[in-house]
Design a protein around this ligand. Structure first.
Ligand code: AKB
Length: 320
């Protein structure tokens, strides 16, 4: 049986990956850590949990030894818009934290999953069907940290034989834990606003296309790549994965299929718009499909139906 550690387990991605890992591998075999301990209390209570700053290598090493950890999901990071407000802190957390995990993994012989992002691309990258191997000159500090992270993971694999793997996540849409400080957060917020106010004021322009993914597919991607046959992985760190590409106008139109009175207006955030404009419209994900069988299940319509139903159900339970 595997012993898994999740660093950054209470964030948007972390909370749902941790839940699924505990379901598959057993609560006692999945150790969670996070810098905070005041959210997702049911998840915390369901198995071993430690409050931990991802840059604290000494404490991380003790936890890894105590629980005989063999696989680490390193999910602690600042997202793009927050990172842009505090570049030094972002670098420290996104790269300092990753380096800490990689060092412990090297010494204790653990495999490591690290999420990269569509943010690892920049304005000179081909925008449509962005290839797996292409120009990566991002202009946001978040993107720069993601490229550095991809390279760092490659380095630890080649130099120290650490089994590092990762995917480039699109904007992740989910309803369990809200995202925070991302450029793609609008695509989550819009569903809450649609159910609660029937109106959403969007911070990106209506025709801004970006890659997005629904959380069940994102969780499946992270766990599948870690379970994949290593002999088939040629790219290892930072596989492009694609699921759906849409703009705010498209999403609003799909929401109207379920909430006909829904309206959208725009109040552009120039920082987030500049970041979004520098990212690809849609990625090409052939390598992930061939090397480890990546295949998403959700499209925009299925996701919209599920998000609206889930948020509406939750709202009714609160009102009761
Ligand atoms: C962000 O918007 O910063 C993230 C991402 C696409 O990596 N959701």
């Amino acid at each position: 049986m595997k012993n898994i550690l999740v660093v950054g387990s209470l964030g948007q991605l972390g909370s749902e990956i941790s839940l699924e890992l505990r379901r598959v591998f057993g609560n006692d075999h999945v150790v969670l850590t996070d810098i905070k301990d005041d959210t997702n209390l049911d998840l915390i209570a369901s198995g071993p949990f430690y409050k931990l700053d991802s840059r604290d290598g000494e404490s991380l090493d003790k936890i890894v030894q105590k629980h005989q950890i063999d696989t680490i999901y390193h999910l602690a990071a600042l997202l793009s818009a927050t990172a842009e407000r505090m570049p030094k802190v972002a670098w420290d957390i996104n790269i300092g934290g990753l380096m800490t995990t990689l060092e412990v993994a090297r010494q204790r012989k653990c495999a490591v999953f690290t999420p990269s992002s569509i943010g690892a691309f920049g304005p000179t990258t081909p925008k449509i069907y962005t290839p797996q191997d292409t120009i990566q000159r991002p202009t946001s500090i978040y993107g720069i940290s993601k490229v550095a992270g991809e390279l760092l993971c490659d380095y630890y694999y080649h130099k120290y034989d650490v089994d590092t793997r990762g995917v480039r996540f699109p904007g992740v849409i989910s309803s369990m834990t809200p995202p925070g400080g991302g450029t793609t957060d609008y695509a989550v917020d819009i569903y809450y606003a649609a159910v609660e106010q029937k109106h959403y004021t969007c911070f990106l322009e209506g025709d801004t296309y970006l890659d997005m993914i629904y959380m069940p597919d994102a969780v499946n991607a992270a766990i599948s790549i870690m379970e994949a046959d290593p002999s088939r992985l040629r790219h290892r760190n930072a596989f492009n994965i694609a699921s759906m590409s849409f703009c705010p106008e498209d999403q609003a139109a799909y929401i109207r299929n379920y909430i006909p009175e829904f309206t959208i207006s725009y109040d552009i955030d120039p920082v987030k718009q500049a970041i979004a404009d520098s990212w690809p419209d849609c990625l090409e994900d052939y390598a992930a499909r061939v090397e480890w069988g990546w295949k998403p299940k959700y499209d925009l319509n299925m996701m919209t139906k599920d998000m609206i139903e889930t948020i509406s159900r939750r709202k009714q339970n609160v009102v009761k």
